[in-house]
Write a protein that binds this ligand. Structure first.
Ligand code: XIL
Length: 315
């Protein structure tokens, strides 16, 4: 049968996966599935600040370049992740005063986005990630504490200067359905665009759990953002369950995957769906959410799960 990417291409959408550098270097099965099934790649960690600029003005491109080269060889697009975030950012950044922090942010964006600006494989960036709390207030991160919310517009302008052709996204979790957080994000995107800040894409991470139910009004939520004139995308889908797996839980998970794919297909401006990895062998879920796991579409032995079939059949 045809791989996922063939079905997605026929629909005019991407189907992507996050990739991790170590299995990419070391495991043939991992490389083969990543190359065959997906037409879009997001580096899971290799482009984050702690990986790319561990010390001020000392850049390390080894992981980022390895993933970009893999994607180029396999005719895949890269979504860069992520330029400005409160997590996985070195202490040296967090300890800077306001002026130095703003300068360091602009320099980081210029260097990292600038490195791939002329590379046709890298087409988009998460410029800022997770700027909200779940109640819709701005997250009280070190960015916000030092710079207020001005760092957000500043980051988008710096990214536009570094890579004028890239699509520039704001990305968050728990914003898939209509709720206080997604409404805050909607108001921010609308206000930024009214000020000509170059945000032209909204990413909905989609770290879901069968324990907490499918978010409400996903298609309507994504559509309201699209109606602002931005591209929308699901950026980090995984659907965890209380372990161990059972046939019933697998079936329920498969319906969640199906419903995310269908929400994207129903919205013209939805560019595609990225799954946060593909094999349960390397998912971040078990070490992050106690007692949960089995969130992806292949099991630990690279066998396709019912969720693979659900994505395949929906596309
Ligand atoms: C996660 C990675 O999957 C882990 O390997 C890492 O240890 C922590 O970060 N939201 C994001 C992603 O935007 O960057 C996170 O990725 C998952 C939550």
């Amino acid at each position: 049968d045809q791989p996922l990417r063939a079905h997605a291409e026929a629909r005019g959408k991407f189907i992507g996966t996050a990739l991790s550098t170590s299995p990419l270097a070391n495991e043939t099965a991992y490389r083969n599935i990543a190359a065959t099934e997906f037409n879009q790649i997001t580096p899971e960690n290799a482009m984050k600040w702690d990986a790319t600029e561990p010390n001020q003005n000392q850049f390390n491109w080894s992981g980022a370049d390895a993933i970009v080269n893999f994607a180029t060889q396999n005719n895949q697009q890269i979504h860069g992740h992520t330029l400005v975030w409160h997590s996985q950012t070195p202490a040296w950044v967090q300890n800077l005063g306001a002026d130095a922090m703003r300068t360091a942010m602009r320099n980081h964006i210029a260097q990292v986005a600038g490195r791939y600006a002329s590379n046709p494989t890298l087409v988009s960036w998460d410029v800022v990630n997770e700027v909200f709390d779940d109640n819709g207030n701005m997250r009280n991160s070190f960015w916000y504490q030092r710079l207020g919310d001005t760092y957000i517009a500043d980051a988008f302008r710096a990214a536009k200067a570094a890579d004028p052709d890239a699509r520039l996204c704001i990305n968050d979790y728990n914003v898939e359905g209509i709720n206080a957080k997604s409404t805050a994000m909607y108001n921010l995107v609308r206000s930024l665009r009214a000020q000509n800040v170059p945000v032209d894409c909204v990413g909905f991470q989609g770290h879901l759990s069968t324990q907490y139910g499918f978010p409400s009004q996903v298609q309507q939520n994504v559509q309201r953002f699209a109606d602002l004139g931005v591209q929308v995308r699901f950026t980090e889908i995984d659907i965890r369950m209380l372990t161990p797996r059972t046939a019933a839980k697998d079936t329920q998970q498969a319906t969640y995957y199906r419903d995310i794919v269908n929400a994207c297909l129903a919205v013209t401006q939805c560019a595609g769906i990225t799954i946060w990895g593909f094999t349960d062998k390397y998912s971040w879920v078990p070490e992050t959410f106690p007692s949960e796991g089995a969130a992806l579409i292949y099991d630990e032995n690279y066998a396709q799960k019912p969720s693979y079939t659900a994505v395949h059949n929906a596309l």
